[in-house]
Design a protein around this ligand. Sequence first.
Ligand code: ARG
Length: 588
Amino acid sequence: MKSPRKQLEERVSAALVQLLGEAGAAVDPLIRPTQDPRFGDFQSNVAMGLRKQLGGSPREVAARLIAALDVADLCAEPEIAGPGFLNFRILPSFLASQLEQIQGDDRLGAPLAEQPQRVVVDFSSPNLAKEMHVGHIRSTIIGDALARVLEFCGHDVLRLNHVGDWGTPFGMLIQSIRETRPEVLERPDDLRIDDLESFYVDAKRRFDSDPEFAVRARKAVVDLQAGDESALAVWRAFCRESLRHAHEIYERLQVRLTDRGESFYNPVLPGMVEELLQRGLAIESDGAICFFVGNWTNRDGKPLPLMVRKSDGGYNYDTTDLAGVRHRILQEKAVRIIYVTDIRQRQHFDMVFEGARAAGWAGDEVSLEHVGFGMVLGEDRRPFKTRDGGTVKLKALLDEAVTRSREFLEQNAERMAELTDEERTEIAWVVGHAAVKYADLSHNVSSDYIFAWDTMLALEGNTAAYMLYAVARTRSIGRKAGIAFEELPTDLPILVEHESEIGLAKTLLEFPGVVEQVAQQLRPHLLTDYMYALSRAFSTFYDRERGVRVVDVEDEAVRLSRLRLCDLTARTLKTSLSLLGIDCLEKM
Ligand code: ARG
């Protein structure tokens, strides 16, 4: 279903075509929400720009436009304000008729894409051989939410975990094990993630302090990339164990991902580099192969290329990302490729995207997008760390979320008394994970945000708990009214009269537009902002003073219509939460 704003735009466009002929179709009707509700819901200053074409003052142009407009079912007679602005007030009866049409619709009026696209979302993508830590949370949560929204819109989404399993860290690890723990080489399958973590710390210390070791470690990467069997055996064991660990976390978070790490592209790297050389796109410089794109420079102001082969023969992050983008376009046939990483990788991706265009792999039909996110900060506004300054492990963080949400629940003796132990456990689990996800998604992607348990678990404000509570509350309204929402007929007459009903109806009808915006702009906080606005509109509607009576209203038609509004609110919130990867609870 088209939003009231969209429908209004179409009507104004039609009037413009009447006045200007074909040229009218190209004019933007400039419909915007009004800042002040006294002037109605929408305004347009399109008349200002049409003086030349139509002659007369803008007020005269506005009057001619109104005469040509066919909007009687949609809004009150448009008003001309000031020098020639048009004000539109949507009719409650129009809102009601729109809601009547979507009351039985699982998608709440959100259309499926007319042209479904093949989309790749590259997210989470941790570097292996380390435990997942707080630095991986944003990519995992944001990427999953974006994939869910795009899937909901009907696109064909490939969710790729481009894990770092092919670079220097592996050479470092393999070499360190060869030198200090050769027994591991005998039984690589006994490795556990905790061992990996400690090997990594050891190896990194040696790598940073012993330049000769660093040389041997780099050589080990080249061996690995060239297919050395003994190196490969340890490498495989490392990857298997770290991926097992990562998928334990994904399962908890209900995130689906296809593992396709850097190493996947190894077989095609030599050929790709050769191709770039032959086509004159890459050149040799000091033994390394460089692909110069755009006008990037390094700190010293020297031209900065994509480095596709290092002078020691090794391939790196640039090489695998070029091979990745090429594969996604040419083999996977993706027309939209989205990368979700730390914002500090922006330049890397801009260069890879330019490379893909310069090499002719990405034509105009392919959109390459980087979603760069900000940092997670502690309450001291510094990067989020454990008390002793260590990195926060993701598993520990999620465990803490559940423990804290349980403690939070236990503070409320009244609620506790109504719940069985099993219910308490379930609530703590769901709310704990939901709080972490929601807090992350509700911030503008590119901003840093402060990780603060108390704010994110709070029952009031723009939090997961508040949304879950709002859903649970509508359920209990249903119980009080003695009806099951699922059993209400889907052709109920909807009555929208009271101001609080009008407000709620308008907000409900914004859902399709918000989903479309998130899919386009890749900004999940637009959805959480919307949910917050919807839950507030609902609170006003259900408020004894500012709103209307629902359960105990006498007129049965009015009662059913209001119950339907409760139900639509719950379904819209629930669907929105599911788009963010958040489960709902029947009871809170
Ligand atoms: N492994 C990288 C990191 O931890 C992120 C990979 C993102 N995806 C990509 N295609 N480069 O920073």
